[in-house]
Design a protein around this ligand. Structure first.
Ligand code: ADP
Length: 256
């Protein structure tokens, strides 16, 4: 059995007095695709944003390939708070695609894609440009390399955001409701791109989505979140067609 690439250990998150995550244990294996489902407000986005260090953890630890995100070990093996540099290094294995694309409006499509490889990863501009074009080709948008985001449809913008995440060569890619801001007719093209990345196999994925059919098709596992916990965790067929808890049964009745 391969070592998990990501491990959450008793992860707890509060926003002031509001407890959002309650001592959650969770693992993703190399190449595994995990979908997170659950009612709005159940903590799925917060759970994923922690892995990107976009939120501060309240308690517990998160490891990426055995390195702690929020901690590092001192010479005696004791955990101390991670330095910014350590955290940045560990986080560089993680990529994220957001609901609202987050493209830079004043940069062309290609400039958007190569900005982080050059400025964050310090990669050579020619190499990053070549890699960026390959990723744009992969999402079917190489012909849009020199256009600006404002000239693109929502579906195309999201495909650029996916190319921008892929060019960083993340080991884990997070999709946070990647199609929920799109007009219905643009959803399919984005799901097709995500599916093609999933089919390539090597990148682990964390997918937050209300598209249950898609989650079933792409995910190896589905985790159902409610009340700050992962209430059920299992293969798609089991979670979607043989739910055990009343919470999941109620949730699925509304969505399927
Ligand atoms: P989900 O993704 O399942 O809809 P979220 O993780 O977005 O859930 O939110 C979980 C809870 O945390 C919600 O009650 C939400 O209002 C609250 N929350 C999320 N972000 C913040 C924040 N930055 N400050 C305060 N409360 C927040």
């Amino acid at each position: 059995m391969s070592e998990p690439i990501v491990r959450y250990n008793k992860v707890t998150k509060y926003f002031d007095d509001l407890q959002v995550l309650d001592e959650i244990d969770f693992e993703i294996k190399q190449g595994e695709k995990v979908a997170l489902i659950g009612p709005s407000g159940s903590g799925k986005t917060t759970f994923a944003r922690l892995l990107m260090t976009l939120e501060e953890i309240t308690d517990g630890t998160i490891e990426v390939e055995g390195d702690y995100l929020w901690h590092e070990e001192d010479e005696n093996g004791e955990l101390k708070p991670a330095s910014t540099e350590h955290q940045r290094k560990v986080r560089s294995n993680i990529g994220m695609v957001f609901q609202h694309f987050h493209l830079f409006p004043h940069m062309t499509v290609l400039e958007n894609v190569i900005e982080a490889p050059v400025t964050v990863q310090g990669r050579d501009k020619d190499e990053a440009t070549k890699a960026g074009k390959e990723m744009l080709d992969k999402v079917g948008l190489l012909d849009k390399a020199d256009t600006y985001p404002a000239q693109l449809s929502g579906g195309q913008k999201q495909r650029v955001a996916i190319a921008r995440a892929l060019v960083m060569k993340p080991k884990v890619l997070i999709f946070d409701e990647p199609t929920s801001a799109l007009d219905p007719e643009l959803v399919g093209e984005v799901l097709d791109v995500i599916k093609s990345i999933a089919d390539e196999g090597e990148t682990s994925m964390l997918l937050i989505s209300h598209e249950m059919d898609f989650a079933r098709e792409v995910a190896d596992r589905i985790c159902f979140f409610a009340d700050g916990k992962i209430v059920e965790d299992g293969p798609p067929e089991e979670i979607l067609f043989n739910p055990k808890s009343d919470r999941l049964k109620e949730f699925l009745e509304r969505f399927m």
